[in-house]
Every structure is written in structure tokens, then in C-alpha cells.
Design a protein around this ligand. Structure first.
Ligand SMILES: Cc1ncc(COP(=O)(O)O)c(C=O)c1O
Length: 404
């Protein structure tokens, strides 16, 4: 079945007279049982299993291309970070991890803390430089990839890098949050484990925090499952229900939000080129001018994601010098304050469009431009989104002129 159909039809109770159409929420902490211990196939206790997890876990495994989703379902976690932490614990103490220099800053901070405590050693690489990444792999236990990266939207050559990592004996873990399995399936491209912030597109309504790990390897799946049970970062049954309900409309939401992102990127890039708005750069893998556009077109299908970035230009100084970092940050902040429709908030992947200047976080790398705005496109009408963005950028430019 096509993913669009799976999303709607999978994970429902058997079609029997008077059966509910949706799986009920199983609000229970424990399950009735008599025999000592209980077998691996028994529910036992709410930290080990819950029927409300089963549907979304099998569905997500099927979407990511796991051949037997019933035998190796995805694993829901309490957050994307919990899934990431579980995946990083697949390798022994002292292992070396190769990670992107630009990635979700929660991952970067966790790796830093695991590095400081001696749990792991970490080397950061430019994941667009395939030769450099391959060169760094010797002795590594994990190659961690995000593609596209948050927030720089860099694209990694997944088939080339997974092949090289396996040859070097490293596991490949891909954060597929930005692309979603409808656009990119890293397991098909050789990855061992995929992680998601379900919080974002999968749940899709900014009302759930949840994560997931997916693998087709039964041994890795069993170890991730044991980690979840013992560390306890489980998903609540109500959240699992909400995530599944959100996934029912993933294909439709994504169709609209990706179309919005592509159109906004096109309009912003035109305005940058023509100098009609204060824009220094537009990043979106779907733009022909994106440095990895051809690669993205090869490994992403049906779109290039729903996030783009716009770097706000502060205007050059009197003498034509480059604007200072603070001036770019101030211009970007002024644009955010002038927005009426876009919501200034962290996160992405919901039906409502969100905007954020990523460098407002101290954990964001200095190589992310200070004036960069990350735009997470929702499903509103594209003209309303553009009109709001345009007036806000004009207001920022006017404020900029008034200050000089
Ligand atoms: C790419 C990516 N991965 C993982 C996470 C972490 O997910 P969560 O916030 O659900 O813990 C985020 C959160 O923004 C993210 O953007």
C-alpha cells in the first residue's frame, strides 16, 4: 500500500460489528497476570509495553520501510531526545562518534556532555564534505547524520556515507525528523537506525512531545527496547493516541507545508536577487542554487521538506563595510517582532507556521549566521504567509535605516 493509504488505514481495531474505528487509549499502569515473571510476549507492566503504543509503532516502522513491522516495530519514547539518548547508548563507553557540526543543538549539547563525562568521544564534521567524513571514520563506532540539518539545511550523501561507515565498522544513525519517512527513507539508503522527534511532523499539531527509534535489525531493536524499559523514558498512552491521530493527516499536511516552503523560498530568493527585501541568503534544498540540490533531488522524494531559512541583511555601513553580527541579529529580531501571522516560537512541523532566530540560543554554533531565521512552514495560505513575511522584512529594513 502507498504510505498515504497506510497512514489512514493501518493501526485500527479489527472490522467487527460495533467495534470502535479507533483504538481506545489504554490508561493503565499494569496488566493482569499470574505466572511467575511473564514471557517476553506478555505486557506485564506499563513501562514495558502498552497497547496504545502498538499501532503507531508498527505504522512508523512500515513507513520507514522495515520489512516486518510487526516483528520489529518502531519504539516510541517520551521525547526525541530520549530516542537520541537511547541510540547513543548502543555503543560501549569510550566509543568515538562522528557527528555533524550543524545539527539540532540538543544533540550537540548531549554529545558535549557525554564527551565531558568520558562516555563518548566526539568529532564534528561538515556532513556535506563526503571525502572529509569518510576520512574521519576510522575507529568510529557511530556515524550520526541529520539530513537536511537543523537549521543549516545541509544535505548528506546518505548512500555514500552509510557504505563507507559500514566498511569502517560504524553504525549509522540518521535523524529523519526534518524529511519524515514520506520524503526520505534512510533505512533503504543503508542506515541502521532512524530517530525522530515525533513532536514535529509526525504528531503535527504542536500538542505532543514524543520521540521514536526505528530499525529493521531485531538485535538493535531489542537493545533499544531494553534501554527504554530500564531507563524509563516511555511515551504516555494519551500522547501515543494523539501522535497516531496526527499521523492520519501527515501526507496532506506535508503536501501543503512543503508546497508553501518551496513557494516562499522561491519568492524570497527572487526578492534577494532583485534587492527588494533585506535578505542576505535563502536556504532551501529545493532551490536550484542550493549547494546539494542535485543530491537532495536524488534521495528525497515528493518534496524537500517544509523548513527554509532566510538570513536577514542588516544593510552595510556608511563606508560599505560588512554589517556587524549584532546588527544582523537585531535586524532579524526586528523582523520577528513585526510578524503578525507567523508565531515566534521554537519547534517546527506543526500546522501553524513558526519562526525563530536560532542564534538566540547560546548552544547554537557560531557558524550559524546571527541573522538567520528558521521558518517552519505550516498549512496556511501561502499568500498570507508571504504578505506577513514581506511586511515584517520591510519594517525591519525601515527600522534599520532610522537607526543609521
Ligand atoms: C532534528 C531534531 N531532532 C531531535 C529533536 C529533539 O526532539 P524533542 O524535542 O522531541 O525531544 C529536535 C527538536 O527540535 C529536532 O529538531
Amino acid at each position: 500500500m502507498h504510505p498515504e493509504t497506510l497512514l489512514v488505514s493501518a493501526a485500527r481495531p479489527a472490522k467487527e460489528v460495533d467495534a470502535p474505528v479507533n483504538e481506545p487509549v489504554h490508561l493503565t499502569s499494569t496488566f493482569v497476570g499470574w505466572e511467575a515473571g511473564g514471557g517476553a510476549d506478555r505486557r506485564v507492566y506499563g513501562r514495558m509495553s502498552n497497547p496504545s503504543w502498538d499501532g503507531p509503532e508498527e505504522l512508523l516502522a512500515a513507513l520507514e520501510g522495515v520489512p516486518d513491522p510487526q516483528a520489529t516495530p518502531a519504539l516510541l519514547f517520551s521525547s526525541g531526545m530520549a530516542a537520541i539518548a537511547a541510540a547513543l547508548h548502543l555503543v560501549p563507553v569510550g566509543s568515538r562518534v562522528i557527528a555533524p557540526q550543524h545539527a539540532y543543538n540538543g544533540l550537540t549539547s548531549l554529545l558535549e556532555s557525554m564527551g565531558d563525562s568520558g562516555r563518548l568521544s566526539v568529532d564534528q564534521v561538515d556532513i556535506t564534505d563526503t571525502v572529509a567524513v569518510v576520512g574521519a571514520l576510522e575507529g568510529a563506532s557511530i556515524l550520526w547524520l541529520e539530513s537536511p540539518t537543523n537549521p543549516m539545511l545541509e544535505v548528506a550523501d546518505l548512500p555514500a556515507l552509510t557504505g563507507a561507515a559500514h566498511a569502517a565498522g560504524a553504525l549509522v544513525i540518521v535523524d529523519n525528523t526534518f524529511a519524515t519517512p514520506l520524503v526520505q527513507r534512510p533505512l533503504d539508503l543503508g542506515a541502521d537506525v532512524v530517530v525522530h522527534s515525533v513532536t514535529k511532523y509526525l504528531a503535527g499539531h504542536s500538542d505532543v512531545v514524543m520521540g521514536a527509534a526505528v530499525t529493521a535489525d531485531p538485535e538493535l531493536q531489542a537493545r533499544l527496547h531494553a534501554h527504554r524499559t530500564l531507563h524509563g523514558a516511555i511515551a504516555g498512552p494519551m500522547e501515543a493516541f494523539l501522535a497516531l491521530r496526527g499521523m492520519r493527516t501527515l501526507a496532506l499536511r506535508l503536501e501543503r507545508s512543503q508546497a508553501n516552503a518551496a513557494e516562499l523560498a522561491r519568492r524570497a530568493e527572487t526578492a534577494r536577487r532583485e534587492g527588494t527585501l533585506p535578505i542576505a541568503a535563502v536556504r532551501y534544498p529545493g532551490l536550484a542554487g542550493h549547494p546539494q540540490h542535485a543530491l537532495a533531488a536524488r534521495q528525497m522524494h515528493g518534496g524537500f521538506g517544509s523548513v527554509l531559512t532566510v538570513e536577514v541583511a542588516a544593510g552595510s555601513g556608511e563606508d560599505g563595510t560588512e554589517p556587524a553580527e549584532d546588527a544582523s541579529a537585531a535586524a532579524a529580531d526586528a523582523a520577528v517582532r513585526a510578524l503578525r501571522l507567523w508565531v515566534p516560537a521554537t519547534s517546527l512541523g506543526g500546522v501553524e507556521s513558526l519562526v525563530e532566530r536560532r542564534r538566540r540560543f547560546a548552544a547554537e554554533p557560531r557558524t550559524v549566521p546571527a541573522g538567520l531565521l528558521r521558518l517552519s512552514c505550516g498549512i496556511e495560505h501561502v499568500d498570507d504567509l508571504w504578505d506577513d513575511l514581506e511586511q515584517a522584512l520591510r519594517a525591519a529594513a525601515a527600522g534599520n535605516r532610522a537607526h543609521r
